[in-house]
Write a new protein. Structure first.
Lengths: 305, 267
């Protein structure tokens, strides 16, 4: 039997309280090697607290956390040596140029910035931009510089707190390309976000946090496969009896057009509606957002044990 | 210790380091010049009784001897302000300022221990304080040489004067750094460090000007740095012990407290 690989991040009962304020409660989670794990939740849900605890900025009230098989309290320095971190709303040294910031942080890291050139190309940060003072950077440029500083030393694990914040759509695409490169090279990425389409696009698995509690961990593909789709069909002539179409629910008919919600296997549904009289068929693309809204509609979901 | 952080701390506001260093040197040069020009007049004023003697021995210094003038030069508000720029201003903002700006977490996301980061920044700032203090003492020597009164300044005791002065200003520096690691914003750290400096200064000056409360001077760190006595070969070892303790205790506190602090996301 093949041994299960050691998780890159694992927490057991991780809890952080500030006095009476519960920032994290009994959080148990595993991030596997080589995956892109999205940590999803609204602002104030505890995403940054979790990240800061993993990196040793915060001391857990209870529970255990391990990163790269090292204890987050006892071996924090070694964890940070092998990790790249992008803080949320990153602040950089305004009086330095972008290049000086990257050089300085690479020296502090004690590792060669072997990925810098490739990242700068991907994120369209030419040398002329890097030679400008950070104080003259736009928010998007600061974010790009933040991403480069986090990944330039080619870390085994990247922890990114809302990495696409402030990036324009083109740069977001470029950033997703960077994540794809990392995935191909077997690197692990743990990133927080409150943007569902982003998570849907880039993540292998997603954990949802709310009020400091981990509500669920899902495989993104499975989640997308099992959630409902909106369907619109038009036939020439008589439409088949809606009850005969498998998986179709909430059916309404408006003239020659039929609307409904599809549950389950798409191929079975397509076989059922395919006929020479079929004129138009629209299946709305999967949206993780709807899946989550559906999943948490009643806001009473039990946290993951 | 991290060399990149050490170099970066030294480079931080280096223009201010240089300007204040030069100004302190200039102040040091000026003291023997003033002493040469006005010591006789001051002596006459003192003996005439027009000015109370206490006013002529401000902060345990005097213009009746060059070593006394050196004490006056080190305890004058001008010198306090110039050395305080670093011992209070720079230190109190060193960590708390980075914390408020959000750059501290970028720095600490590297493989640095908090103790290592603290000691590195402290070492760099102590080096700056030492350099400024040295500039002041070198200024005294240059000024005395320019006035042809170098014989009045026993330079063989200058290293000990430097050591005692460094322990005094180092104590304010380590206090400022301890405050800096204790707060998330530089405001409270500066306030506390400045209050510490001013209370010490107030006790020293109050005791020197008002003989009835002379005892307050014993509670001032400034009273435990007397260049006149040191230059005349009469250093009280207790002064080194007291300033040494005041130097070390905030370091021990910071080494204990900083690693245990929770560094939540900057607001």
């Amino acid at each position: 039997m093949e041994a299960t690989p050691t998780p890159i991040i694992s927490t057991r009962g991780l809890t952080k309280h500030y006095g009476r304020i519960v920032a994290l409660e009994d959080l148990t989670l595993e991030v596997r090697p080589g995956e892109i794990f999205g940590f999803l939740g609204p602002n104030g849900a505890g995403k940054s607290t979790m990240i800061r605890t993993l990196l040793g900025f915060l001391h857990p009230t209870r529970g255990v956390g391990r990163v790269l098989d090292m204890d987050v309290v006892e071996q924090s320095v070694e964890i940070r040596r092998r990790t790249g971190y992008l803080p949320g709303g990153i602040a950089l040294y305004d009086s330095m140029t972008g290049e000086q910031v990257l050089d300085y942080l690479a020296r502090l890291q004690g590792r060669v910035a072997r990925r810098r050139v490739r990242l700068a190309e991907r994120l369209q940060m030419p040398s002329s931009d890097l030679r400008r003072k950070v104080r003259d950077y736009s928010r998007g440029m600061r974010q790009k510089l933040g991403i480069i500083q986090a990944l330039q030393h080619d870390p085994e694990l990247a922890i990114l707190d809302e990495p696409s914040e402030g990036l324009d759509p083109l740069m977001q695409q470029a950033f997703y390309g960077v994540l794809a490169d990392l995935r191909e090279e077997g690197r692990t990425v743990f990133f927080s976000s409150h943007v569902l389409p982003e998570v849907e696009r880039v993540c292998d698995r997603v954990g949802i946090i709310r009020h400091g509690r981990l509500m669920a961990v899902h495989d993104v593909r499975e989640l997308l496969a099992r959630r409902r789709r909106k369907v619109s069909i038009r036939w020439r002539g008589a439409a088949p009896e809606p009850g005969t179409i498998p998986g179709l629910e909430d059916v309404t008919v408006d003239g020659d057009r039929l609307f409904g919600t599809l549950h389950g296997d798409v191929s079975e549904f397509v076989r059922a509606v395919a006929s020479p009289s079929l004129e138009d068929l629209t299946i709305e693309p999967a949206s993780l957002e709807e899946a989550f809204l559906e999943y948490y509609a009643d806001d009473v979901a039990e946290p993951v044990a | 210790m991290s060399f990149p952080l050490f170099a970066r701390t030294l480079a931080w506001q280096r223009a201010r380091w240089i300007i204040v260093g030069l100004a302190t040197f200039g102040w040091g040069v000026l003291i023997p010049v003033i002493y040469s020009a006005f010591s006789d007049a001051m002596r006459e004023l003192a003996t005439s009784g027009v000015i109370p003697e206490e006013l002529l021995s401000f902060g345990s210094g005097s213009f009746f001897s060059l070593p006394g003038a050196v004490t006056l030069g080190t305890q004058h508000p001008m010198a306090i302000a110039m050395l305080g720029v670093f011992a209070v201003g720079a230190t109190a903002t060193a960590i708390a300022g980075e914390r408020q700006r959000g750059t501290l977490e970028v720095m600490l996301s590297r493989p640095l221990t908090r103790r290592g980061a603290y000691l590195t920044v402290l070492a760099a700032l102590l080096l700056v304080v030492a350099a400024v203090l040295a500039a002041l003492l070198v200024g005294f020597v240059v000024g005395a040489a320019m006035q042809g009164i170098l014989d009045d300044l026993p330079v063989e005791h200058l290293p000990m004067t430097f050591l005692n002065g460094f322990l005094l200003w180092g104590a304010f520096t380590t206090f400022g750094m301890a405050a800096s690691v204790s707060f998330d914003r530089p405001g409270p750290a500066i306030g506390l460090s400045l209050a510490y400096l001013l209370v010490n200064y107030f006790f020293e000056i109050l005791g020197s000007l008002w003989r009835d409360v002379e005892w307050t001077q014993e509670y001032s760190l400034f009273h435990h740095f007397q260049p006149a006595e040191i230059l005349q070969g009469a250093l009280d070892p207790l002064d080194l012990v007291i300033t040494g303790i005041a130097f070390v205790v905030p370091i021990a506190y910071a080494l204990l407290v900083f690693p245990r602090r929770d560094l939540a996301a900057p607001t």
